[in-house]
Design a binder for this molecule. Structure first.
Ligand code: MSP
Length: 509
């Protein structure tokens, strides 16, 4: 079974921010989860480097577009690495292999008879890199996504005859009711299609920063066509001398926020139909990270810097916080206070302390050796609940519900904390007659934490591996497979005492 998952490729018009980090983290969580299921996974992310928006950003900095993108693209690559993303490739649309592929792709649209030259005028928002209908603008005539006034642009361009695909798209939607998630976004895209589709301009003569139209050097290919094609082109050159297309196309899941739904759920499948490719199996549309109720964006100037947060608290707390607090599909406010509170309550108090206490009690009462499982009702109870937690969290991950998966895991973390409180091992230790009960509790904690580590691995992989290590458990790639997430999988081992996983953060730190 293969699983090909993608993030949008981000515009390199400024420094990356939390919004970009959020999508990359969500996609990474799903990529890691599918690897844990033993699937053959390919995870793609990268940068979108052509178009007006990037050319303008370069001009503002007094650089050529190429100099500008060469300076900024590495920041996006660094962000993926700093977040702990396990992407298998990082595509840049200025890669010559990509550019050549895009030209071949538009040739296929032309060969299908779906390209025509026409003159067009429309209201263009450079922040969206897209045209708006007057009726869809805010009452003051601004772009609802960016709050800036679109400008009238008139050009002779090549058109992709999108209108021809209206019926086929609607039919595709009806035959694949789950292909865009959540349902509200599916409905939005379908109703957009049903309202009637206009043909779209797919080239520009007013700018030069882009991939030339192969049959007309006066024009460059529209940045969105260039960008969408990355999902296909990357597979042809990500591995030298190997074409991964047959193995990984169609993509399993394109992950993105709702701002670019129309491009992915309407234009992209029509382009693929025209060029003779299969349609991706799924698209997951998430909401916006907000700051004080407003969308975080470069254009609005209210971005949080993920590098600063990672330097301060580390990548794992950021991954945890964003996945825990902002349910995929909904909008959510983010702040440093919110992060600190999740960190202190859930990572430091509930998980970190549980690991430290469990390991130190096994150290203190059993010389570090995890006791074998005695038949005791207390163990049977936590065992059944632990396996139920694994089942529930898997069902949620399978449905791309990462927040809900974390909720099931945390209910169980709390259950293990209650086990410590209720059984009070420090009291049991004082009574020789309770030795069996103490063994049961300590065994239960170690086996339970091992299941927590396997279940939480997609979200906080470094922490998960560290928990396994402290429990003396094997933690290689094969050991992380979910088929091992059974209660009896705990092996006899000696635990290792180590500093606290999540030292508490002080307010304002
Ligand atoms: N270059 C295009 C995408 C081309 S994909 C073929 C683009 N780039 S972008 O830099 O503007 O990135 C948009 C994406 O970044 C969103 O769809 C989302 O994945 C992420 N986000 C940017 N800001 C965000 C928030 N404030 N909140 C959540 N996600 C955000 O569009």
């Amino acid at each position: 079974m293969t699983y090909f998952i993608t993030t949008p490729i981000y515009y390199v018009n400024g420094e990356p921010h939390h919004g970009h980090a959020y999508t990359t983290i969500a996609a990474d969580v799903l990529a890691r989860y599918h690897r844990q299921k033993g699937e053959d996974v390919f995870f793609l992310t990268g940068t979108d480097e052509h178009g007006t928006k990037v050319a303008q950003a370069a001009e503002e900095r007094g650089l050529t577009p190429q100099q500008h993108v060469d300076q900024l693209a590495p920041r996006y690559r660094e962000l993926a690495a700093a977040l702990g993303a396990s992407n298998d490739f990082f595509i840049r649309t200025t890669d010559p292999e990509h550019e050549a592929f895009v030209q071949g792709f538009v040739e296929r649209l032309k060969a299908a008879g779906d390209i025509e030259k026409r003159t067009y005028g429309g209201l263009y928002c450079t922040a969206c890199e897209g045209f708006w209908y007057e009726r869809d603008l805010a009452p003051d005539g601004t772009c609802p996504d960016h709050g800036i006034k679109p400008t009238w642009v008139e050009e002779e361009n090549y058109y992709f005859l999108l209108s021809r695909y209206q019926d086929r798209l609607a039919e595709y939607f009806r035959a694949h009711p789950g292909w865009v998630k959540p349902k509200s976004r599916y409905n939005e895209a379908l109703s957009f299609i049903e309202q009637g589709l206009d043909d779209i301009s797919i080239s520009r003569s007013s700018i030069t920063w882009g991939v030339p139209v192969p049959w007309d050097q006066e024009q460059v290919i529209y940045v969105w066509v260039d960008a969408l094609v990355n999902y296909l082109s990357a597979l042809t050159y990500a591995r030298a001398g190997e074409d991964l297309s047959a193995r990984f196309w169609p993509a399993s899941l394109h992950v993105m926020a709702k701002d670019i739904l129309k491009f992915h759920a309407v234009i992209w499948p029509a382009m693929l139909m025209s060029a003779g490719y299969e349609i991706p199996e799924g698209e997951l549309i998430h909401g916006y990270l907000l700051v004080g109720g407003e969308k975080m964006s470069k254009t609005r100037g209210n971005v949080l810097d993920p590098f600063a947060v990672i330097a301060e608290v580390g990548a794992e707390p950021l991954r945890f916080y964003l996945m825990r607090d902002v349910t995929l599909g909904q909008d959510g406010d983010v702040s440093m206070e919110g992060l600190r509170s999740r960190y202190n309550n859930e990572l430091a108090n509930e998980l970190g302390n549980l690991v430290s206490r469990s390991v130190s009690m096994i150290g203190k009462y059993r010389e570090g050796a995890i006791p074998a499982a005695p038949a005791d009702e207390v163990v049977q109870d936590v065992a059944a609940q632990g396996e139920a937690m694994v089942r529930d969290s898997r069902a949620h991950y399978d449905a791309d519900e990462v927040t809900a998966a974390l909720e099931s895991i945390w209910e169980y973390v709390r259950r293990l904390n209650r086990l410590v409180e209720e059984e009070a091992p420090w009291k049991l230790a004082k009574d020789e007659a309770q030795a069996g009960r103490l063994d049961a509790v300590l065994h239960g904690l170690a086996a339970g934490l091992r299941l927590v580590a396997l279940a939480v691995y997609p979200v906080i992989p470094v922490t998960a591996v560290e928990i396994l290590r402290r429990l003396g458990q094997a933690h290689g790639e094969a050991d992380l497979l979910l088929e091992n997430a059974v209660w009896g999988g705990l092996t006899a081992a000696t635990v290792g005492v180590a500093p606290s996983l999540f030292p508490r953060l002080e307010a304002g730190a």
